[in-house]
Structures are given as structure tokens and as C-alpha cells.
Ligand binder design. Structure first.
Ligand code: NAD
Length: 267
């Protein structure tokens, strides 16, 4: 794969695994993250160019893409991966958490998409991949803020894809389920469901770049189930949610185990 690919939020987790998988396929990868030290370390581990970027800032995001294009090459693919997940009862959620979550998860993705389109559209090619979540289609108690942010990413991605489809630029969304990274620290997996590994999401991104599609759920089976489930009455959906323990997972979590993640996302 001879493409220049930039990935945000790739100092760890899904972004890191995606950078490693793409590099293994021959892509020239550049990573960006708000965590300067972690980004540097990840860049060294992966053997890829690493930059500091705050996806919520137009100046910072522009500087990141400028640096990638001048040091690595013209951008073929941007993976808007940076994201955070505050959890807990909606009434206890601070306004600061809500603003930060929407700023990173939604505004950051929109900004990245706009800035990448500005570079890709005149060239008539390119691919923007937005990491959303199955949480964007499955409303869950204790996750309202994150649900809302990922639903916004899904619709924004879809509408943008329709708007630019004649330009040669692809725009796609990836919807992973629970994936073993720090983001889900202190939470239980849905009953009977095996979490994904970051490498599973990375493999889906690699495949998506090879064959662009509007939307990919990981695993795909859960994506199909979520689409089908949406057609059923609310009572049935709630019964399914209880069956998998989803009604409690984000309300009855281990707050101690989540302390370090919470501190990190609150800066
Ligand atoms: N882990 C899951 O269960 C899961 C499931 C579905 C979707 N996702 C999504 O996948 C993406 C990656 O999540 P992850 O699980 O790897 O989380 P993670 O916490 O391991 O990694 C996220 C990275 O984003 C960086 N980041 C945060 N704010 C930033 C900002 N303003 N600018 C630049 N970088 C920033 C963090 O420093 C971190 O390195 C997120 O969008 C998340 O919502 C995760």
C-alpha cells in the first residue's frame, strides 16, 4: 500500500494498532496525539513520524497536516481517531466534560474532515475515515454524552460522503464495539460478548482503505444486529439491553479502575 496516512490520537489504543497495521502493509504513516510524550514514544516504537496535535484547534490541526505533507508527502488518507469517553449518570456529568467530549469527538472530527477535504478535493482523490462507535447507534444508560457524540459523527460522515461523492474523495465511518483499550477501563463487557482487540479495528481500517465503503461495524455481525434491532419496539430493545447488561455497565462501573483514564481525559 503506497499511501501517506495520518492518524490522530495514535499514541496508544486503536490509533496505535492502526498505525502499526498500516505500516506493516507498506503505507507511510504519520501519527498525531495531544499527549506529546506518548506520541514521541509511539513514533519511536512504530518507526513513524510523530507530531503533537490538538484536534480541537484549527491552528494545531492545520500545523499537523502541514507537517505531514511537507515531511512525509501529500495526504492520501486521514483517520480521525482521537476521542474520549466520559461515563456515568447524565445528571452528574459536568458541563466541562460535556463540552470537552463534544469538542474532541465531534468538532475534532468535523475539523479534520474539513481540513483534509481542502487538500484532497483539488487533487480529486483521498479518503477520510472517521472512527465513530456502535455506541452511536445504541443508546445506553450512563453513556448519553458519548452516544450523542458518536451519533453526530455517524450522521456528519454520511452527509459529507453524499455531498462530496463526485469529487473522488471517499468519506467513511468505522463503528467498533467494546475494544480493549484504556477507554473502557473499569467497565464490564456485555454478557457473553467478547471484546475486540485494537488490532481487529486496525484490520478493518486496512480493509476499508483497500475497498472504500460508507460504513463498517466491527464486528460486522453486531452492526447488522444493531440495524435490525432498531426496527423493533422500545420494550423489546430494552429487554435486549438488560439481557446483555448494557442497562448497568456504564452506571455500575469500577470508578477506582477508571481514575487514571478520567484524569488523562480531563487533562
Ligand atoms: N475502546 C473502545 O471500546 C472503543 C469503541 C468504539 C469506538 N472507540 C473510539 O476509538 C477511538 C480511539 O479510542 P481508544 O479506545 O484507542 O482510546 P485511547 O484513550 O486508548 O486513545 C485515544 C487517544 O486520543 C488522544 N487524544 C485525546 N484527545 C485528543 C485531542 N484533543 N487531540 C489529539 N489527540 C487526542 C489521547 O491522548 C489518546 O492517545 C476513539 O474515537 C473512541 O471513541 C473506542
Amino acid at each position: 500500500m503506497s499511501k501517506v496516512i495520518a492518524i490522530t490520537g495514535a499514541a496508544r489504543g486503536i490509533g496505535f494498532a492502526t498505525a502499526r497495521a498500516l505500516k506493516a502493509k507498506g503505507a507511510t504513516v504519520a501519527i498525531g496525539d495531544i499527549d506529546e510524550t506518548a506520541a514521541k514514544e509511539a513514533g519511536e516504537k512504530l518507526g513513524v513520524a510523530a507530531f503533537t496535535v490538538d484536534v480541537t484547534s484549527r491552528d494545531s490541526f492545520t500545523a499537523f497536516l502541514d507537517a505531514v505533507e511537507s515531511e512525509v508527502g501529500p495526504l492520501d488518507v486521514l483517520v480521525n481517531n482521537a476521542g474520549i469517553m466520559p461515563i456515568g449518570p447524565v445528571t452528574e456529568e459536568s458541563d466541562a466534560d460535556a463540552r470537552r467530549c463534544l469538542d474532541i469527538n465531534v468538532h475534532g472530527v468535523m475539523l479534520g474532515t474539513k481540513l483534509a477535504l481542502g487538500r484532497m478535493t483539488p487533487r480529486g482523490r483521498g479518503h477520510i475515515i472517521n472512527i465513530a462507535s456502535l455506541a452511536g447507534v445504541l443508546p445506553t444508560p450512563g453513556l448519553a454524552l458519548y452516544n450523542a457524540s458518536k451519533a453526530a459523527v455517524i450522521l456528519f460522515t454520511d452527509a459529507t460522503r453524499l455531498e462530496v461523492q463526485s469529487t473522488g474523495v471517499h468519506v467513511s465511518a468505522v463503528l467498533p464495539t467494546f475494544t480493549n483499550t484504556e477507554l473502557i477501563a473499569g467497565t464490564q463487557s456485555p454478557k457473553g460478548q467478547k471484546n475486540c482487540e485494537p488490532e481487529d479495528i486496525a484490520a478493518a481500517v486496512v480493509e476499508l482503505i483497500g475497498t472504500p465503503r460508507p460504513q463498517v461495524a466491527v464486528p460486522r455481525k453486531l452492526g447488522r444486529q444493531a440495524k435490525l434491532g432498531a426496527l423493533f419496539p422500545d420494550r423489546f430493545k430494552q429487554a435486549i439491553s438488560r439481557r446483555y447488561g448494557l442497562d448497568k455497565i456504564f452506571l455500575e462501573y469500577d470508578a477506582d479502575a477508571r481514575k487514571s483514564y478520567d484524569a488523562r481525559i480531563r487533562g
